[in-house]
Design a protein around this ligand. Structure first.
Ligand code: ATP
Length: 295
């Protein structure tokens, strides 16, 4: 479930070299917004302060014309609800995120945010309503402080540190010789995978968006960091509409709605209890050691 990270990570790699020469995250933001992409519609409006209601209405999409990647997908999330996307590799989980964030637009059907067709919204304003927390963390070759501040560019140092505290990142950052001024290497090497995630969580907490997109990590991280991440994630998810590409049964169980995708189609959806009762694909998945089967 890493396809949707590609656009962002490509950008990060492309600009990282250049970025080390420019000061401050504001420039970073401008550069990313300038990335050539499909133009917004002429009358596109800026989304602001959304409640986070998400609806997919009969959405179909193909990356290439011949193979339909997502077929007739419909679901509805009320503000504050959590959906878990579950299904085998290549089922279309990341594609749904790509469509929601408009890295691509549906061929058929529509996607509504607070009842508004997302096609009528500018891409930049749409994405500002969302934070992405993913396995392949997106970090700049800038200080930890600037990396967190990227979540909200006008945040004060105090706000940055407060977000880091909520993300359980403050204590490890404080222990680094340069603390918040530690400049990360390319791809954030120099700190651990788990620490990178905590920084991304801090960034998302600072951004405080209505919608959170979470691509749950599959790679093993030491237990202590793992617990810190889980704890920070629960805090981050609270009060938002969350879409989780889920790999853990624990996360899935707690979702308001589990959406089971197979070959681009929703084959079943409902709560954990409902789907267990239904004894379909999800039930089988749970029976056959969830974490290994769902990739
Ligand atoms: P995984 O769990 O392995 O990440 P997924 O459920 O997220 O899988 P998607 O990444 O949405 O699945 O992929 C759905 C299908 O679309 C796959 O067949 C994949 O190869 C294809 N696909 C994904 N991204 C692209 C792309 N940018 N261009 C062409 N085909 C793509």
């Amino acid at each position: 479930a890493r396809q949707f990270t590609r656009p962002l990570n490509d950008l990060a790699n492309q600009f990282n070299t250049f970025l080390s020469a420019v000061a401050g995250a504001e420039r970073v933001f401008e550069i990313i917004e300038e990335e050539p992409e499909a133009k917004d519609e002429a009358n596109a409006k800026a989304a602001s302060m959304v409640r986070g209601e998400i609806e997919f209405r009969n959405v179909s999409f193909a990356y290439e014309n011949d193979i339909q990647t997502v077929s007739d997908v419909s679901f509805h999330l009320k503000p504050g609800q959590t959906a878990a996307l579950v299904g085998p590799t290549g089922a279309g989980k990341s594609t749904i995120i790509n469509l929601l964030s408009r890295f691509y637009d549906p061929a058929e059907g529509e996607i509504l945010l607070d009842g508004l067709n997302t096609r009528d919204l500018t891409r930049a304003s749409l994405r500002q309503q969302m934070a992405f927390v993913q396995q392949d963390t997106f970090l700049f070759q800038l200080s930890i402080r600037e990396n967190i501040r990227y979540g909200r560019l006008d945040a004060t140092d105090e706000e940055v540190e407060r977000a880091a505290e909520l993300a359980n990142a403050h204590s490890f950052i404080r222990k680094l010789p340069d603390g918040y001024d530690t400049v990360l290497d390319q791809d954030g090497s120099g700190i651990s995978q788990g620490q990178k995630q905590l920084i991304t969580i801090a960034r998302a907490i600072l951004a405080d968006p209505a919608i959170l997109i979470l691509d749950e990590a599959t790679s093993s991280i030491d237990t202590v960091t793992e617990l810190r991440i889980q704890d920070a994630l629960y805090r981050l998810m609270e009060g938002r509409t969350n879409i989780v590409i889920a790999h853990r049964l624990n996360t899935v169980r707690q979702a308001d709605v589990i959406i089971v995708l197979v070959e681009g189609q929703i084959i079943e959806s409902g709560s954990h209890e409902e789907l267990m009762e239904h004894k379909g694909f999800y039930y089988e998945l749970v029976q056959s050691q969830f974490e290994r089967v769902s990739s």
